[in-house]
Structure formats: C-alpha cells, structure tokens
Ligand binder design. Sequence first.
Ligand SMILES: O=C(CO)[C@H](O)[C@H](O)COP(=O)(O)O
Length: 207
Amino acid sequence: MKLQVAMDLLTVEDALKLAGQVAEYVDIIELGTPLIKAAGLSAVTAVKNAHPDKIVFADMKTMDAGELEADIAFKAGADLVTVLGTADDSTIAGAVKAAQAHNKGIVVDLIGVADKATRAKEARALGAKFVEMHAGLDEQAQPGFDLKGLLSAGEAARVPFSVAGGVNRSTIEDVQRAGADVAVAGGAIYGAADPAQAAKELRDAIV
Ligand SMILES: O=C(CO)[C@H](O)[C@H](O)COP(=O)(O)O
C-alpha cells in the first residue's frame, strides 16, 4: 500500500517545507484543493520540480470541463488529477482523455457519493486509474463519523482504491486490511508537532 500526504495548506512556501520534511516517507505528494485555489497551479510545478521522483497529485476536484481542467493540471506537472464522482460521465471521460494524452492518470473522488461501490465500478470503466473512498473534512467533523463505511465500500467495489477521511496512526492498519492501494493522510501529518515523525510512523505501520 502506498502512502499519500495531503497538503491542505495555503502557500507554496509552506507546501515546499512540508514536502521536504516528509518526502522520504511518502510515495505520493498531494496538493490539496485549498492550496491549488489559493496559490494556483504554479504550486504543482514548484512541488514537482522539487520532488521529480515523487508522484504529484493535484486535488482539482473537477466537476465540469474535465478535459480542460485535467489538461492544465498535467501541463503544470501533475501525475494524478482528481475529478469528482458526482460529475457527469462525460466530464470523467474528458479528464481521462487528457490523462491519456499526457500518459498520466485520473483519480475519481467519491466524496458526497451515496453508493460509492457502484460509482467506483462506473468510474473505473470510464478509465479512472483508481477511485478515492473519501469523507471530506466537513463530514469527518460530524458526530459519530468513522472510517468503516469507506472501508466496506472499498472492499465491495473490487477496483483499485485509496482511502481518505482522517486516516491516522490508529486507523491505517484497518485501511490496509481493507485492501486499499493508497492511504491518504492530511491532518495526521501536517497537523502533527513533528510532521516527519508522523509520516515515518504511518510508513512504518504499512506492512
Ligand atoms: O481532500 C481532502 C479534503 O477534501 C483532504 O485532503 C483529505 O480528506 C485528506 O485529509 P485528512 O486526512 O485531513 O482527511
């Protein structure tokens, strides 16, 4: 299972600092949606230039104009770009077309999708490299939230998937047991007193 750090920060300076601290422990470096909105796609270029050996993930969360939005993110240096599972099939197909032109990949983010297993299969059939079983920051903040629903959707979907939804040291083993291809950790790393140590502990927990 790969480890992905989600950098939900707001400046390129902070993102480069965090990426530098944790790169040795992660496989995928994600530029979070707030970072891309605040700093623009030049943030993607800066991170890819600093870490050319890492998979750089642009969390565009595209809902429309799939081919255009994916194309500009790939041109900026992204290796993986997200499109929302709630988007029209044509939007996902357009983004996949751009990915094929750049020899890169599209990840379909299932945030807000009720039947994640079914949409995951559809997304994969449309050409997604993998899907993201995702509960966003607002959903995580609701009382009683836990990862179980995401993990069972991943097991049921039988397609390559990542899990994002507050993954941390106490849940990463469950994520791996569920068969995830990628564990995504944002707050558990960037919110830690020592992000490098937090990333190392998550890495060490993956067997
Ligand atoms: O895409 C996101 C929010 O929409 C986050 O990057 C993702 O949820 C991972 O961060 P965390 O581990 O803090 O949940």
